[in-house]
Design a protein around this ligand. Sequence first.
Ligand code: JFZ
Length: 430
Amino acid sequence: MTITAPAEPQTATDAAGFPAWFTHDRFGMFIHWGLYALPARHEWVKNRERITDADYQKYFDHFDPDLFDAADWARRAREAGMKYVVLTTKHHEGFCLWDSKLTDYKSTNTPFGRDIVREFVDAIRAEGLRVGFYHSLIDWHHPDFTVDGVHPRRDDSPEEIEAFDQGRDMSRYREYLHGQVEELLTDYGQVDYLFYDFSYRDNDHEDIWGGKGRDDWGSEELMALTKRLQPGIIVNDRLDIPGDLVTPEQYQPDKPMEVDGAPVPWEACQTLNGSWGYDRDNVNLKPVDLLVRMLVDGVSNNGNMLLNIGPTGRGEFDGVSRQTLDGIGTWMHQHARSVYGAGPSSFVAPRNTVYTQNGNRLYLHLFAWPFEHVHLPDLAGKVAYAQLLNDASELHFREIPPGTRAQNTGLGGQPAGTLTLTLPIVRPDV
Ligand code: JFZ
């Protein structure tokens, strides 16, 4: 609908110097890929099954994703309507997808022998998308990383843990972490977004949970390094110090998020099936309409969605991921206007619907198709024109002007101020 009420200011975030592309673009792809694609049973497999380095080595030795084609990943992301792509440069297992000088535990030393990050950034940029790096703070492979509450060895006896930690030194790990970030932010051109993951100190349960946080990572320095090497970059909030945005995990906030009373950009990261890494036997798939609903619902609350794909051990998106992306892309083809550049509306949407708004365009998203009429409170007198978004076909509407007695209007006893849209009986095939 084109509304005649004054255009709302765009989301208030840009004033704070936050890069506008992020809240404009709204929709990104997360890619979790590493050695864990081979066991194909969740990216935490090494931890969950307490696999030793020696036993995990077979996945390094057999890492040879012959179908990997970064251009295909990038094209699929763009066709799904995603505007930025965030790749795991290293996940908790410690395996590096680039040719780091600081470790041998990297893709270039596997049978595959290629610098995946290099191919990734080239392909993403070639599609006109923004480049994001996920980088794990946790490292279950590094020889200086000590046991804690999320370490695979956490359930060992105190003696075993002490023996394991013997000679390990987190200050050396910290140097490694900063050194690797320096490589990633120096050698791969412009990086738009850095997703560090994650801190888990719980001061209330320190003795049980253990954990690592800002002192272990050197978070203040790491943040300063990140911003110095990539001045325009956006950094998330998992360093145990404030970041540029907040990143709720597999959860959709039901209102705009705030920090200290001020609106803050947020991004919900979401999986297709509950696992981030390729998880062959997990078929608990979110259907396309639910994912679209999550995206739109997020935009209506001033949020982004980062939707995850876990490529297979051969390096491609599996069939269900491809189909899901295709389905989202079909929807985005006709409806992206209600997503890009859009944000919350101050109008209150009726049950089973949300509004997104961009300037004087108000988008009504119907999650259940009503029978012919939808009653919109407080819009009477404020709408200049209404149409379906998928085909621009005109929609008729009737209004009960504010201050009018509702029972005289024949609009089912709606309160004054209601605007009633007449819809096709059957939902358009979108
Ligand atoms: C982390 C990772 O452990 C996981 O494998 C995946 O990469 C995901 C995107 O991030 O998982 C988290 C991190 C933080 C929280 C929950 C899961 N948290 O703060 O609730």
